[in-house]
Ligand binder design. Structure first.
Ligand code: TPP
Ligand code: MG
Length: 428
C-alpha cells in the first residue's frame, strides 16, 4: 500500500521558512560601520592534514560576507585598502588608466544596448554594467603569464585584457570581422593571445577549463596563475565541486573568483543557495583556502585579489575569493522580469551608492589625480570609441557561408591546416 510521507516537524519548520524567503526582497539600507571591519584572515581548512600556506593573506576585507543579496554592502573606504602593497605604489597614470578601462566597458555596453533595443543586433546580450571594477581590477593584476576565463557575461573581461572595441562590437553584430568571426556572439569573446580564454555559455563550464589552464601553468612551470570567474548561481553546479577537489589534490595555481551579484537569472541568492556565512566558505570542505571582499572599490578588489593571485603563483595553491558586486540590468537584455524579482529601489541604491566608476572617480578626485574636466574628456573618448566601433560593426560584412565549416573541432580531428594551428596553449 502506498504510504503518504508526512514531514517531520523540523522539516515543516524549514518549509515554512522557505515561504518567507520567497517574499519580495527588502532593501536594507543600513550599513555596517567601518569600525566593524576586521583584518581578513583566510580560513584554513580544519583538520586537513595539509600545511597552511606559509604566508597567510592579510589584506582587509569586509567583515561580513554577503549572505543577503539584497542588503547594501558594508561601507568601506578606499583608504582602508590604498596602503595595501598592491595599491601603494600605483602611479597616477595607472589609476587613470583603470578609470578609462571601466568607462570604456560601460560605454561599449550602452552602445550595444542601443542597437540591441533597435533590433539591429541579435542573439543574447548579458550586460556587465555595475561589475566593471572586477574585470578591470583583475586585468590590472595580470603579470603577462596569468590566464583568465569567465562565463557568458564576458564583455568587461575582454575589453579589460586589451581586446579592441571593434572586434568585440562586430562580434555582437554577428559580423565576420568579430573576434569569433561572427559565430560566437556576446557569450563567446576570446583572445588567447591576451591570456583570455572566453566567454562560456554553459553555467560553470569554464570552471574545469580554468583548472586545465592552471594545470598547464604548473606543468610548464610558468610563473603565473589562472583566474576563473563564476557567478553565485554557478557555484551550485556539481562540476565546480569536482574542480575544487582536484585543485586542492594537485595544488593547482588557480583563483576562483565568485562574482556574487546576488542573482542567478531571476533567482536571488537567498532562494538558490544554502549559505552559511558565505558561498566561498564551501571551499573549506575541499581543503581550499577562501576569502571574501567587496568588489565595488578598486583598491579593495586589488588588495584581496592581488594577494590571492600572488599566493597562487608563489605557492601553487588554489583559492576561492567571493567578491560582492551588482548588475544593473536584467540577466540578459531579453530578461523582461528584471524589475519583478528585485525592487527598483534596490537597483537605485546600488547605482547611487556603490557604482564602481563613481566611487573610483571620487577617489581619484580626492587624491587630486584627475580633475572633473579630465574625467569628462576620458568619458567622451570612451563614448566616441564605442560609437565608432558600432559603425565598424554595422559596416562589416557577414561571415561567408563556407566559413560555417571553419574553426570547428572537425578540423582538429581530421588534421586539416586549421587543426594544426588551432592550439594556442600547448603548441610551442
Ligand atoms: C548548465 C546550465 N544550466 C542552466 C543554464 C541557464 N542559465 C544561464 S545563466 C544562468 C544563471 C547563472 O547565474 P550566475 O552564476 O549567478 O551568473 P550571473 O548571470 O549572475 O553572472 C542560468 C541558470 C545554463 N546556461 N547552463
Ligand atoms: Mg549571479
Amino acid at each position: 500500500m502506498a504510504r503518504t510521507l508526512s514531514l517531520p516537524s523540523k522539516s515543516k519548520k524549514t518549509a515554512a521558512k522557505k515561504v518567507v524567503r520567497l517574499a519580495a526582497p527588502k532593501v536594507v539600507a543600513k550599513k555596517a560601520s567601518p569600525k566593524s571591519l576586521k583584518p581578513l584572515k583566510t580560513k584554513g581548512p580544519a583538520q586537513t592534514g595539509k600545511k597552511s600556506p606559509t604566508k597567510p593573506i592579510t589584506a582587509k576585507a569586509t567583515a561580513k560576507a554577503p549572505t543577503k543579496a539584497v542588503a547594501a554592502p558594508p561601507k568601506v573606504t578606499s583608504s582602508d585598502f590604498s596602503s595595501s602593497p598592491f595599491n601603494s605604489s600605483l602611479k597616477p597614470a595607472e589609476k587613470i588608466g583603470f578609470l578609462r578601462e571601466m568607462l570604456r566597458i560601460r560605454r561599449f555596453e550602452q552602445q550595444a544596448l542601443k542597437y540591441y533595443n533597435q533590433g539591429i543586433m541579435g542573439g543574447f546580450l548579458h550586460l556587465y554594467n555595475g561589475q566593471e571594477s572586477v574585470a578591470v581590477g583583475t586585468a590590472s593584476l595580470m603579470n603577462g603569464h596569468d590566464e583568465i576565463i569567465t562565463a557568458y557575461r564576458d564583455h568587461g573581461h575582454a575589453l579589460a585584457v586589451g581586446m579592441g572595441m571593434n572586434e568585440c562590437m562586430a562580434e555582437l553584430f554577428g559580423k565576420g570581422t568579430g573576434c569569433s568571426k561572427g559565430k560566437g556572439g556576446s557569450m563567446h569573446f576570446f583572445a588567447p593571445d591576451k591570456h583570455y580564454w572566453g566567454g562560456h555559455g554553459i553555467v560553470a563550464g569554464q570552471t574545469p577549463l580554468g583548472l586545465g589552464l592552471a594545470f598547464a601553468i604548473k606543468y610548464k612551470q610558468i610563473n603565473g596563475c589562472a583566474v576563473a570567474f563564476l557567478g553565485d548561481g554557478a557555484v551550485n553546479q556539481g562540476v565546480f565541486s569536482e574542480c575544487l577537489n582536484m585543485a586542492a589534490l594537485w595544488d593547482l595555481p588557480i583563483v576562483y573568483v565568485i562574482e556574487n551579484n546576488g542573482y542567478s537569472m531571476g533567482t536571488s541568492l537567498e532562494r538558490s543557495s544554502a549559505v552559511n556565512g558565505s558561498l566561498a566558505k564551501r571551499a573549506e570542505g575541499f581543503c581550499v583556502e577562501w576569502a571574501t571582499c567587496g568588489g565595488f572599490d578598486l583598491y579593495e578588489l586589488r588588495a584581496n585579489l592581488g594577494a590571492a593571485m600572488e599566493r597562487a603563483r608563489k605557492e601553487s595553491k588554489p583559492m576561492v575569493l567571493e567578491v560582492s558586486t551588482y548588475r544593473y540590468y536584467g540577466h540578459s537584455v531579453a530578461d523582461a522580469n528584471t524589475k519583478k524579482y528585485r525592487s527598483p529601489e534596490e537597483i537605485d541604491l546600488y547605482k547611487s551608492e556603490h557604482d564602481p566608476i563613481t566611487l573610483w572617480q571620487n577617489q581619484l578626485l580626492s587624491e587630486k589625480v584627475i580633475t572633473q574636466a579630465g574625467i569628462e574628456k576620458i568619458d567622451d573618448e570612451a563614448k566616441a570609441e564605442a560609437a565608432a566601433a558600432a559603425e565598424f560593426g554595422i559596416a562589416s560584412p557577414w561571415p561567408s557561408e563556407e566559413s560555417i565549416f571553419e574553426d570547428i573541432y572537425h578540423e582538429v580531428d581530421h588534421k586539416t591546416e586549421a587543426g594544426q594551428t588551432g592550439s594556442f596553449f600547448f603548441s610551442e
